[in-house]
Design a protein around this ligand. Structure first.
Ligand code: CA
Length: 465
């Protein structure tokens, strides 16, 4: 049997809790749900560094950020080094990278390992975006999510049918500034989006890091985020609480309109695979580069190791191997994706990749020695939204986070020292992470155990800073 095609669709900042297959309380995603219904949904897929550029590098290299050199938004992926696209291409896959690249441009930073690439420069625009190809840049009329899908379908239609394909279709949406298209502009117009339980979080019983972060929907969004120019300012005379709720509605409706366009366009891709007769032979994955706060803890954005930001949606369909309507609770990481693709392609997994193939999990047979803890690190100390650098460990029940309070010379960080602080959450008793129990004597043994495991994982990951 021929090695399978791989269609990897990734959006930017799409939280799992804005997908109906993940039980969303706020929207419906029928096309994405098709993937989950016909395949598997991973309930515990996590990123190892919750920020756009690093997560993309984690995925392409199968390595943690400190090893692949992309720790922050200002780092570029060195195209001279190995990546999974090069390996698949070398084994005869036709490879393409279409949409948001966000790993630098020019010289060694251009996409490498792809037969075809056509990408947004940096963040790119939602409307009439400029896109870069090897022979220069062009402006395209229309909406980014539609255009990225159009180019993806065109590439698939013109592919060489004698060899398998690996297509990375990367949407810009629903990244800030959340500009919707005309088709979905009126979605949710006559209804309110439910508030999350933790919207009015007062950050009591938590670290200073959480209190000091500047990513509150009620306080830190600007006029551009809230579309005062195009959609109008808030009505006069609102109380502080009413204004906070108004800003939440404006933010979430625009965000969810962007998601609705992704959903439609993923449907177009799935329809194409059906019509082309290759659905059986194609692994389809939908994910996002990290999670996002959708008013949870009163926030937008990501970065923190808290659940909403740490968790990536991950749904996958491959009719030849994966049971329809199945679920997986084992911990998957974004540094596992490359190894997974190499496994399906029948290729060896290099020793310097740090994840493991998810294929046994996707087949419903997690190995006995599968990980029960994961290592996380965010490096961009205080630079955006004033979120401090931190590292930590998550197990099925607990999360231990250490805010070490220093920039450590990391690019794109602010050189300001903060007193170090620890947080421990008991996710079974406190799934919303509202109460830090690090100093609770009842958890002293857990703290000792998790601290040892954290530093074991850190050393295993070869993170020496
Ligand atoms: Ca992102």
């Amino acid at each position: 049997m021929r090695t399978p095609n791989i269609l990897f669709i990734m959006s930017d900042d799409h939280a799992a809790h804005a997908m109906s297959c993940y039980g969303s309380r706020i929207n419906q995603t029928p096309q994405l749900d098709r993937i989950a219904d016909n395949g598997m949904l991973l309930r515990n897929c996590f990123c190892v560094n919750s920020i756009c550029t690093p997560s993309r590098a984690n995925i392409l290299t199968g390595q943690h950020s400190h090893l692949n050199g992309v720790k922050t938004l200002s780092d570029k992926l060195d195209g001279r080094k190995p990546n999974v696209a090069k390996m698949l291409q070398g084994a005869g896959y036709q490879t393409a990278m279409i949409g948001k690249w966000h790993l630098g441009h020019g010289g060694n930073a251009d996409p490498s390992g792809f037969n075809y690439w056509n990408v947004l420069p940096g963040q790119g625009l939602y409307h009439n975006p400029v896109m870069l190809e090897p022979d220069g840049e062009k402006t395209h009329k229309g909406y980014a999510t539609d255009i990225i899908t159009d180019f993806s379908l065109e590439w698939l239609q013109n592919r060489d049918r004698e060899s398998p394909f690996f297509l990375m279709c990367h949407h810009k949406a629903p990244h800030r500034p959340w500009d919707s298209d005309e088709k979905h502009a009126h979605l949710f117009e006559d209804e309110d989006v439910p508030l999350p339980d933790t919207f009015f979080d007062d950050y009591a019983n938590r670290s200073n890091a959480a209190k000091e972060a500047k990513m509150r929907v009620a306080r830190d969004m600007n006029a551009r985020d809230l579309k005062f120019d195009t959609l109008g300012p808030p009505p006069d005379g609102l109380s502080e609480e009413e204004l906070a709720k108004w800003q939440y509605q404006r933010y979430m409706k625009e965000y969810l309109r962007c998601v609705a366009s992704i959903d439609d366009n993923v449907g177009r891709m799935l329809d194409y695979l059906d019509a082309d007769g290759v659905a059986e032979d194609t692994i389809v994955i939908y994910t996002s580069d990290q999670g996002f706060f959708l008013g949870d803890h009163g926030w937008y954005d990501k970065r923190f190791m808290y659940e909403e930001s740490l968790r990536m949606p991950f749904i996958v369909r491959y009719p030849r191997e994966i049971e329809p309507g199945s679920f997986c609770d084992a911990m998957a990481l974004n540094i596992d994706f490359a190894e997974t693709w190499l496994d399906y392609a029948g290729l060896p997994i290099p020793d310097d990749m740090q994840g493991r193939s998810l294929r046994p999990l996707l087949n419903g047979e997690p190995p006995d020695d599968w990980r029960t803890s994961m290592y996380y690190r965010y490096w961009m100390h205080l630079s955006h939204h004033y979120v401090g650098a931190h590292y930590g460990i998550r197990t099925p029940r607990y999360k231990l986070i250490y805010y070490y309070g220093e920039a450590l010379g990391t690019t794109g960080s602010v050189d300001e020292s903060k007193p170090p602080e620890w947080e421990l959450f008991d996710l079974e008793k406190d799934p919303h992470e509202m109460c830090n129990v690090y100093d609770d004597p009842g958890y002293a043994d857990i703290v000792t155990e998790l601290t040892a495991e954290l530093y074991r994982l850190k050393a295993e990951a070869k993170d020496e800073e």
